[in-house]
Design a binder for this molecule. Structure first.
Ligand SMILES: [Zn+2]
Length: 309
């Protein structure tokens, strides 16, 4: 039993001495659940109320507590049509929201690709530099070899040995000049690559700015849309309590299954949703306003424009 407030504790909130383990903000789960959960982080702003959590979690829409007024079928149809206008907008907005993250991902991918390209160039530069160093080291060794050979030359006694040493020196010198040529080429290549990397880096900085701007633009749009959806959901919540619960549940199920279009008018003799012919008998049934009539083809709720007047 919940102790009542009062008894000299009038300045405390009425729930102050309830033995409550936690508070649960309960949201009617069935309510637009499918559409609402499609957007990450969006909480359906359907009517909520705070119910003390007593161990058994239960959920119920707040209007379940009170008598739903007896509303005529015609009045309900009018309310449903009103609701449909809002829900169609919500549906379109949420569809748009679903596409936005992919857009950011696309920008990001493009940017990451450019980053990878730059990394590849930088690695190539590193390799070239290492190769050049190795060649320079080789060149030093060749110089030492020539110096050594020249010293040996002065100590040689025979002509034959002298000629052989000279030939050896010529070979080393020829190797040396090939190596020098290679080093020169690698310097040029390194210069070219360094310039290219510098240029690519500048491009990348610009691309990053562009990417961040695009990302922000998309995120701002998402926020804007979420705000609009919130406003629409508030409007929606003002209408739903006037609609019979079972009818509303049916309407919402169709809404989810039929791409945000649950109630449609008769156009000519056709359903305004699937454009299939509606038999005259069914049109008569709609006119009688004693039950809600569903399209036999697409299962949407049907109404007549003239009934809205
Ligand atoms: Zn239909």
């Amino acid at each position: 039993m919940l102790p009542s407030h009062g008894k000299g504790r009038r300045f405390e909130p009425f729930y102050a001495h309830w033995n409550i383990k936690s508070w649960a903000v309960l949201i009617p789960k069935y309510h637009l659940s499918k559409i609402s959960t499609e957007v990450e982080g969006s909480i359906p702003s359907v009517p909520t109320r705070i119910i003390p959590f007593t161990g058994n979690e239960y959920e119920k829409p707040y209007w379940k507590d009170r008598e739903v007024p007896e509303v005529s079928i015609l009045e309900q149809i009018k309310k449903l049509v009103e609701l449909q206008k809002i829900d169609a907008e919500i549906y379109e907005f949420k569809k748009g929201l679903k596409e936005k993250p992919a857009l950011i991902e696309e920008f990001k991918e493009r940017f990451e690709e450019q980053k990878t390209d730059l990394k590849g160039l930088e690695e190539k530069l590193k390799t070239l530099q290492l190769e050049r160093k190795a060649k320079e080291l080789d060149l030093q060794i060749k110089e030492q070899d020539i110096a050594k050979a020249n010293t040996q030359l002065s100590q040689i006694k025979t002509n034959k040995e002298y000629t052989a040493k000279l030939t050896e020196i010529e070979y080393i010198k020829s190797d040396q000049s090939i190596l020098e040529e290679k080093i020169l080429i690698s310097y040029e290549e390194i210069d070219r690559l360094t310039a290219l990397i510098g240029k690519e880096k500048t491009v990348l900085v610009e691309e990053e700015k562009k990417f961040l701007a695009q990302k922000k633009e998309v995120e701002d749009t998402v926020k804007e849309i979420q705000q609009k959806v919130k406003v629409l959901e508030t409007k929606r919540n003002q209408i739903v309590p006037d609609i019979d619960r079972i009818t509303l549940a049916r309407y919402e199920r169709i809404l989810v299954n039929k791409e945000g279009l649950a109630i449609v008018s008769i156009q000519g003799n056709a359903c305004g949703g699937c454009y299939m012919n509606v038999p005259a008998q069914m049109i008569n049934e709609i006119k009688m306003h004693d039950k809600i009539v569903y399209c036999e083809m697409c299962a949407r709720m049907l109404y007549l424009e003239e009934d809205l007047k």
